[in-house]
Design a protein around this ligand. Sequence first.
Ligand SMILES: Cc1cc2nc3c(=O)[nH]c(=O)nc-3n(C[C@H](O)[C@H](O)[C@H](O)COP(=O)(O)OP(=O)(O)OC[C@H]3O[C@@H](n4cnc5c(N)ncnc54)[C@H](O)[C@@H]3O)c2cc1C
Length: 372
Amino acid sequence: MNTNLRALIAGAGVAGLTAARAFHNLGWDVDLVERRNDLDVVPTGLFIPANGMRAFAALDSAAALISQGQEIDRLGMRATGGSSTHAPLSAVWPDVGPSIAINRLSAQRTLLEVCPVTVQWGKGVQEVSQQGKRVTVTMSDGARTGYDLVIGADGVNSAVRLQTWPGTVAQYAGDYWWRGVVACPPSLESWDTCLCDAGIFVAMPIGAGLAYWATGCFSLQQLDDPSDGRAERVRRLFGDADGPHAEILAQVKDDSRVQFSAASKVLVEQPAQGRVVLLGDAAHAIGPSMAQGASMAAEDVQVLTQELVQAGDVDEALTRYAARRKPRTRYVHETTEMRNRLALNPPPDPTPLVREWPRLSVQSFAALVPAP
Ligand SMILES: Cc1cc2nc3c(=O)[nH]c(=O)nc-3n(C[C@H](O)[C@H](O)[C@H](O)COP(=O)(O)OP(=O)(O)OC[C@H]3O[C@@H](n4cnc5c(N)ncnc54)[C@H](O)[C@@H]3O)c2cc1C
């Protein structure tokens, strides 16, 4: 394929940084713009299941991520004061490879370090228009530039998507979350969920003596939680947590170190139109119950670059990319919605759910075990 081509990538999150490196390695001339002035500062974590790590491995980024994170070998589940169980990840992801948990900032820094393209910070995409095989982009600083391909990796509220697929406004997904990073209690050895009265409390070690925690509520009513008093509200809401979760909760004291977000969802089933293509949350954001956000983004990049190498031309590659991604991204959306419905109406006695957890975990992810 002719590699004398120019691409713009909007967004320096997991999807954009991964895509920038992959496109650079294919010989494209890449501009990478990021609306923010720097990486996010409130520390949170990221669980990257084995299918995501397999995609990062195919893109040569897995070793760098593994060196900064912690391998996770099981998904634990327990009811407060009650029974507990776990699903071994070797059974959930047979022969796929390791799953890791990592400080989100470390993950972004790692992807930034291995990215040979310089990020243009503080520059956002505002307008996108196509004429034939040329896409003209207007940036927040007023500059207008033409590209052979524009890649929207600009997250759930993607300007690239809204310009090219008008009306695809993201919706509230049905769950909202508080998250943070604290010192890891010695008894927290792997990914562990505690079912509390208010919702679910997930925690996992992320290496360097730290743990990532996330407390989630499922509700039809969207909540916005202001920063003031946030830590205390989390402690009160999830005060019935026990074990390592109670030790984590006791450390949640600083409002400025608790991130709150309501999950949003959007699904563009044909994420390529002309010479504009979407990756990651811009194409298929959903709540985090399956923790597939970074994995789906990495798979997007893997499949898109495979198709660019194999196809006769860019247009054919984009068509094939969209067709290959549709079943998996739709599956993640549908399965997440199903899990959310269950969490919205939890059974009064969680014991059967806890007992069934290993089987449900294997079942939820089985469709993602084959390579994308
Ligand atoms: C509570 C919660 C917990 C989660 N936990 C996990 C987890 O454990 N594992 C996991 O894999 N996923 C998790 N996710 C999902 C994950 O965070 C996302 O799927 C992932 O970050 C998507 O990466 P992205 O690069 O597509 O988008 P983003 O990370 O949102 O990056 C998009 C970037 O584009 C920039 N941008 C926006 N607009 C413009 C513009 N107009 N021009 C230029 N740049 C722009 C943004 O500033 C941002 O830096 C979680 C999500 C939530 C809400």
